[in-house]
Design a binder for this molecule. Structure first.
Ligand code: GAL
Length: 635
């Protein structure tokens, strides 16, 4: 695994560049990402390109022996471009234009901006495509950051209508699919349909789901155009895009199909603070991040571009964008780095080389402070580099368990949650954590993935069952656990024929006759576990495998397939993992709180995320807080 950093030569005097490059090499870095926000410096005025500084920056970095990932700068269209084309900005859900003065202000559907995106990509690719130091390209930066996938602009409305016409062919088909007889919502033509914002109360969920599908396709199409240009001019270079954490606004499997390598931006402390974690977890893991945050995304994005992935932005210290921004525990930056390696990353690159003294991110740490002295992370990066060299390249081992992840499922749960606390990402994360607490390695895969190589398959929920998925499950010989709401909706967001679980009924013969959501704090008890948030009434000839104290069934099983008709608590998940683990002959471990493990083909890595030293039973090692133990596998 290579180490690298994100560097902004345009932020620093040119006479610093050579010394920066030398110091990067000395710290153990070999990859540097540049250019993602540099449009106003590359093209200060329409059609006047200033390549001189970028030529020299690339030359300086290359002379130091660094390989370069160059980015297209389309996340930051310059002021002159917005002034020339004011309607290129995205429109938010409340109908307001997203103004100039930060970033990501463009609308994915604006044809004029799309042409500009192709033009600047082409200019960069023609100039640097065959440069020997350019090893890779990144398209744009973090599609969707700052809530920018959905735009409710006129440009988006026009493209949405075209998308709908392609999908449904006739307006009658759309009216039927959406159920527009309800509330007199019928349309007489595609070209009178608007985006689903600004309605009096909620818009039709089928309308929303198609808008989300359309918006996701717009991101895919925008990205694909850049990829095609880069491929044509820069043969043999990898192309990536940097995905975000806990982010489901577009289908990353679809974007990933056009990439060579998936990358993601790992900010464990910011994510702990910003997401659903309990106050106790936020306290216990304040300076480490919850132990599954980084691994969850490693395993998710490894499934997006044929197994190739890396971290292009790794948190090196406090960030600036969460509600509170603590500093990592000493050792965490090295731990996060080695954990990425254990999950198969090709590189880990830190954001950023030097903390900026100006503008929006001046409170965001780098590997260097603004005065160029080394920040706390720098010695940890050196230490990580030393260990990486010592243990040598690691081959990714086949994980025994697949966890099925669907972006469409996230949209369905978000559009009509029915209970505020039914959050897709949280459900999937809970199931993932239950496996990781027992030391199981997991591949997070798309519903389309080949599942035949796994010893067990977990599907936290899949409301819309894709074609042939039910047959695929029935053909598996291994245990399968299917979660609540699976099979509950048709492709056009109606209740499945014959009631849920619709097409999954062949695999698991039961019928969900009623569902209820439970407010925060309300639980229903089983023997030594509970369910909360969501519960389904089920009729079936199958006797329940697990039931609530009053006899209502929660888990039903037929042969190798189980269905869980509620939101399980940790104890129920643990019980199910234990049962399935035994049936599937998984190697289950009892790990101390905060310890996580991951195997490569040759080594077993253990990571201590807790703030206390813990003993790792398998080796007998005491592992310090933020410590890592690496053991050669003898199998
Ligand atoms: C990322 C983004 C970077 C920088 C970073 C700060 O979301 O890609 O440009 O803003 O966050 O943590």
């Amino acid at each position: 695994m290579k180490l690298g950093c994100c560097y902004f030569p345009e932020h620093w005097p040119e006479d610093k560049w050579a010394d920066d490059a030398r110091r990067m090499r000395e710290m153990g870095l070999s990859l540097v990402r540049i250019g993602e926000f540099a449009w106003s410096r590359i093209e200060p005025e329409p059609d006047r390109f200033d390549w001189g500084w970028l030529d020299r920056a690339i030359g300086t970095l290359a002379d130091a022996g660094l390989s370069i990932m160059l980015c297209t700068p389309t996340a930051t269209p310059p002021k002159w471009l917005v002034d020339r084309m004011p309607d290129m900005v995205a429109i938010d859900e409340a109908g307001r234009p997203r103004g100039f003065g930060s970033r990501r202000h463009y609308c994915f559907s604006h044809q004029g901006y799309r042409a500009e995106s192709r033009r600047i990509t082409n200019a960069l690719a023609e100039r640097y495509g065959e440069h020997p130091a350019i090893a890779a390209w990144q398209t744009d930066n973090e599609y969707g950051c700052h809530d920018t996938v959905l735009s409710f602009s006129e440009a988006a409305a026009v493209r949405f209508r075209e998308w709908l016409a392609r999908r449904y062919t006739t307006i009658d088909a759309l009216n039927t699919a959406w159920g527009n007889a309800f509330w007199s919502m019928e349309y007489r033509a595609f070209d009178v349909i608007d985006p689903p914002n600004l309605t009096v109360t909620e818009a039709n969920p089928a309308h929303w789901l198609d808008y989300r599908r359309f918006a996701s396709d717009e991101v895919v199409g925008f990205n694909r155009k850049q990829v095609e240009i880069l491929r044509a001019h820069s043969p043999g270079r990898d192309i990536t895009h940097n995905f975000m954490g806990f982010f489901t606004e577009f289908d990353h499997h679809d974007v990933g199909r056009d990439l060579d390598v998936a990358t993601w931006d790992s900010y464990p402390l910011g994510f702990l603070e910003q997401y659903w974690f309990s106050d106790d977890e936020k306290r216990d893991y304040l300076r480490q991040g919850h132990p599954d945050i980084a691994a969850f995304h490693h395993d998710l994005y490894r499934g997006c571009a044929k197994g190739r992935w890396g971290i292009i932005e790794q948190q090196p210290g406090p960030v600036n964008w969460a509600r509170f921004n603590p500093a990592p525990l000493d050792g965490m930056v090295a731990l996060w780095t080695l954990e990425a390696m254990a999950h198969g990353a090709e590189f880990t690159s830190y954001f950023r080389w030097r903390q900026a003294p100006f503008a929006q991110e001046q409170m965001h740490a780098g590997l260097l402070r603004p005065d160029s002295s080394e920040a706390e992370a720098a010695p940890e990066v050196r230490e990580a580099a030393r260990i990486i060299a010592e243990i040598g390249p690691q081959e990714t081992a086949q994980a025994p368990v697949a966890l099925v992840f669907s972006y469409e499922a996230a949209w369905v749960c978000g559009i009509q949650p029915q209970g505020q606390s039914f959050r897709y990402l949280e459900l999937v994360y809970e199931w993932y954590s239950a496996l990781r607490r027992r030391g199981v390695d997991v591949d997070i895969v798309s519903p389309g993935a080949d599942l035949s190589a796994y010893k067990a398959v977990f599907i936290p929920t899949l409301p819309i069952v894709p074609d042939a998925f039910a047959q695929k499950l029935s053909a598996l010989a291994c245990p399968v656990l299917i979660g609540p709401r699976s099979g509950s909706k048709t492709d056009s967001f109606s209740i499945s024929d014959g009631l849920p679980p619709g097409e999954l009924r062949d695999a698991i013969p039961l019928t969900v006759t009623r569902v209820e959501s439970l407010r925060h704090g309300m639980v229903e008890a089983g023997e030594d576990w509970t369910i909360s948030r969501w519960r389904e009434d089920v009729t079936s000839d199958l006797p329940p495998e697990l039931a609530l104290e009053d006899g209502r069934g929660v888990v039903f099983a037929k042969d190798t397939i189980r269905y869980c008709a509620a939101w399980p608590d940790r104890a129920l998940l643990d019980l199910l993992v234990a049962r399935i683990g035994e049936e599937a002959a998984l190697e289950l471990m009892d790990l101390p709180e905060g310890l996580r493990i991951r195997r490569t083909a040759t080594n077993l890595f253990a990571f201590n995320y807790s703030a206390k030293p813990v003993r790792f039973g398998l080796t007998g090692d005491m592992i310090d807080p933020a410590g890592v133990s690496i053991t050669a596998l003898t199998r």
